[in-house]
Structures are given as C-alpha cells and as structure tokens.
Design a protein around this ligand. Structure first.
Ligand code: SAM
Ligand code: DTB
Ligand code: SF4
Length: 384
C-alpha cells in the first residue's frame, strides 16, 4: 500500500484483509507499519495528553474492565464532580510538564443537565490556557454535543472498546449502536473523534481485527485511536484475565497504523506493565501518542520524568502544541487576569538559539522596582 496522500485512505476493509495483515511475519508487519508511519508523520515525534478524572466512581454502567463501575467492589472512593477551579489547576500542572492536550473523564452513563454548565466552563477554561481539550463523559445527545463544540471542545473520547460480536460479553448496559450514534453526533458537530479499544479481555484475533475495521470503516477515521492494554483491577470481573502476548499487542498498534495512516495511534492504558523495550517497539510500530503524567483516571501511569528520559534515549521529541490564533492568546490572557493581579506575557520563538526568559524576567523586575519606587515617591509627596 502506498503511504502518501489522503486519497489513499480506505474505508472498506474486509476481515480477510485485516487478518492477513495481523498474520504476516512480525518483521514484515512492522516494516510495513513503519513505512506507512513515515509517509504521514515525523517518526520521532510523539503527542502527549494528560488525563484527569473529573468525576470518579459509582458509574451505573457495567463495563467488566472498569474500576469505576458501581456494579463491582474495587474499593475506589467515589467523588462528586470536581470544582471548575480545581480542574483548571490540574490543567495548568499538565501544561507545565509539557502536555499539549488535557483529557477530562467522568464516570457517567451520560452527562446530566445539572452538570453540563460546569463541564462547559471546564472546556472554556482549559481551552483558554492554550491546551487542546478532550472530554469523555459517556453517551451524548445532539444538544449536549453542540454545546460542547461551541464551548471549544476539540476532541471527544468514546471508545468502541471491542468488536460488535464480543461487546455483549463485556458491557450489557449500553449498546454498540449507542456508541456509534454518539460518535456520529461528535463528527456532525465538527469535533475530532478519539475512539479505540482494549486488548486483554479474552477477545479473539477476529475481535481485534473487527474492532479496527469498525474504526477504519467509519465515514472518516478517528483522529485519535487509543489502544489500551487492560489494567487488571482487583474486584472487576476481569481481574484475572489472561495476559496479552506483548508481540500481539504490538501487532494491534501496527495494524491500526496501516488501516488509519493519518490518525494518531495512542499507546494508551497499560504502560505500567510494559518495559521500555516494549514501548520502543510500540513507537516503531507507529504509535505516536501517549498519556503522560503519573495517573490515568484512577490507576497508575509511568512518572513524567521517566517518560521524558525514555524519549531522550530514543531521540523522540514530544509533539509541539498547535499554533493558536490571536483570539486564543487573548482569551488565555483574559482568563489569567481574572484570577491573578499580575500576568507576565513572555513571547518566545522556537527557532531561537537561546532562552531569553531569565533576561526578560530580570528586565521586568527592574521595571517593576522602578514603578514601585515612583509610586512611593508620589505617595510621600502627597503626604507632605
Ligand atoms: N465513562 C465514560 C465512557 O465509558 O464512555 C468515560 C470514561 S471510561 C473510563 C473511558 C475508557 O477507558 C473506556 O472506554 C475504556 O476503553 C478505558 N478503560 C477503562 N478501564 C480500563 C482498564 N481497566 N484498562 C484499560 N482501559 C480501561
Ligand atoms: C482511553 O482510551 N483510555 C483512557 C482514556 N481513554 C479516557 C482511560 C484509561 C483508564 C484506565 C483505568 C483507570 O485509570 O481508571
Ligand atoms: Fe462507567 Fe466509563 Fe467505566 Fe463504563 S468505562 S463503567 S461507562 S466509567
């Protein structure tokens, strides 16, 4: 397959074709995936997103993999919807460690009318910080989808999780058709789709292939395709599920890359159980996105500095944030001014050879000292 233009994107994959990709010798599959990858992306850049659970636990759905389902006893402390300010603080932390997208997840069947205004405030606030915004809140209706898009939501995450055939073994409280409907609302509202699945729930090769076929045969490929390795949580029905063969997990990433050449394929949950060699192989297979920061929603993720050390050893650079319009900068400054007395705007250039931050801050401090001195003199004069 040629790996150059979007005209080559296919939406008509058959099970036989996709299984043939999976069943190639490992090196042939990886070579093909890496070739496709290089045709569409800089192979040494990886996008980094940070997750935050904005509403944890007591979910009415019965997803057998999920520590947040109220149907199972996983010992998780349930929490109410976080306050907007707290979410913005966490987003600022994510930005400070170099994340470019902030993904907010809620353990809901769907958002309620009561919660929507807060959720929309979160989107606006995070967007104003210059971060890409992503939410995963369960099923949406059309009105909610439009409201999220208007608030500035960039991505909506809603996973198909597995094949339509295997789905009923994992979830009974929400249908596959419901998930496809939510995805179509998200697309119609002009947002980007993040949708993928989980390996390690006892699914067959056909199920893995059929999940990827469902995603690739959508009218447009999801821009982001998270491939999760099941995190086995005690108390869930899948706590003792059989391990996935690491090479089969890499094969899944490689086939996702070949089927959806322009999408970001995310090496998603489960990295705590993967060694660095396996993660390097995942990037070679075409994964070019990760969740970054020490926590996923409720379970552990590698420490941020460990990830940066791995990137450095592999010569990988985190993907830069997208360029933003003047309006976005303006909104970010206004948002900062609404909570702080003093906002320092430091313009820089990625093309520069030196970091002038310290010089700019020193000059600003001198200017502020002069200003304060002048104010004091004026006050003294007024008092005489
Ligand atoms: N409640 C919303 C929903 O399900 O649409 C959003 C949050 S939910 C936790 C998001 C996704 O996380 C799930 O669709 C699933 O793919 C993934 N996930 C949840 N628990 C997981 C686990 N133990 N291991 C791997 N992935 C998991
Ligand atoms: C996705 O595909 N994986 C993320 C995100 N989308 C929302 C969630 C992983 C959750 C892992 C279990 C937990 O931490 O609760
Ligand atoms: Fe609820 Fe989402 Fe977990 Fe399913 S995956 S139980 S919908 S939080």
């Amino acid at each position: 397959m040629s790996a150059s233009t979007s005209a080559n994107l296919r939406h008509d994959w058959s099970l036989a074709e996709v299984k043939a990709l999976f069943q190639q010798p490992f090196n042939d599959l990886l070579f093909q995936a890496q070739t496709v990858h290089r045709g569409h992306f800089n192979a040494n850049r990886v996008q980094v997103s940070t997750l935050l659970s904005i509403k944890t636990g007591a979910c009415p759905e019965d997803c057998k993999y999920c520590p947040q389902s109220g149907h199972y006893n996983t010992g998780l402390e349930k929490e109410k919807l976080l306050e907007v300010q707290k979410v913005l603080e966490e987003a600022a932390r994510a930005k400070a460690i170099g994340s470019t997208r902030f993904c907010m997840g809620a353990a809901w069947k769907h958002p309620s009318a009561k919660d929507m205004p807060y959720v929309l405030e979160m989107v606006k606030g995070v967007k104003a910080m210059g971060l890409e915004t992503c939410m995963t809140l369960g099923k949406l209706d059309q009105e909610q989808t439009t409201a999220l898009a208007q608030a500035g939501l960039d991505y909506y995450n809603h996973n198909l999780d597995t094949s339509p055939e295997f789905y009923g073994n994992i979830i009974t409280t929400r249908t596959y058709a419901d998930r496809l409907e939510t995805l179509s609302y998200v697309r119609d509202a002009g947002m980007k789709i993040c949708s993928g699945g989980i390996l390690g729930m006892g699914e067959s090769l056909d199920d893995r292939a059929n999940l990827l076929i469902q995603l690739a045969n959508l009218p447009e490929h999801p821009e982001s395709v998270p491939i999760n390795m099941l995190v086995k949580v005690a108390g869930t029905p899948l706590e003792n599920a059989e391990d996935v063969d690491p090479f089969d997990f890499i094969r899944m990433l490689a086939v996702a890359r070949i089927l959806m050449p322009q999408s970001h394929v995310r090496l998603s949950a489960g990295r705590e159980a993967m060694n660095e060699q396996m993660q390097a192989l995942a990037f070679f297979a075409g994964a070019n996105s990760i969740f970054y920061g020490e926590k996923l929603l409720t379970t552990a993720n590698p420490q941020a500095d460990k990830d940066m050390q791995l990137f450095a050893r592999l010569g990988i650079q985190p993907e830069a944030r997208e360029e933003h319009s003047d309006e976005v900068h303006q909104a970010a400054i206004e948002q900062a001014l609404s909570v702080h007395d003093l906002v320092v705007v430091n313009a820089g250039s990625s093309a520069g050879s030196e970091d002038y931050t310290a010089v700019v801050l020193a000059e600003l401090a001198a200017a502020l000292r002069a200003e304060v001195g002048q104010l004091r003199r004026l006050r003294r004069r007024a008092a005489i």
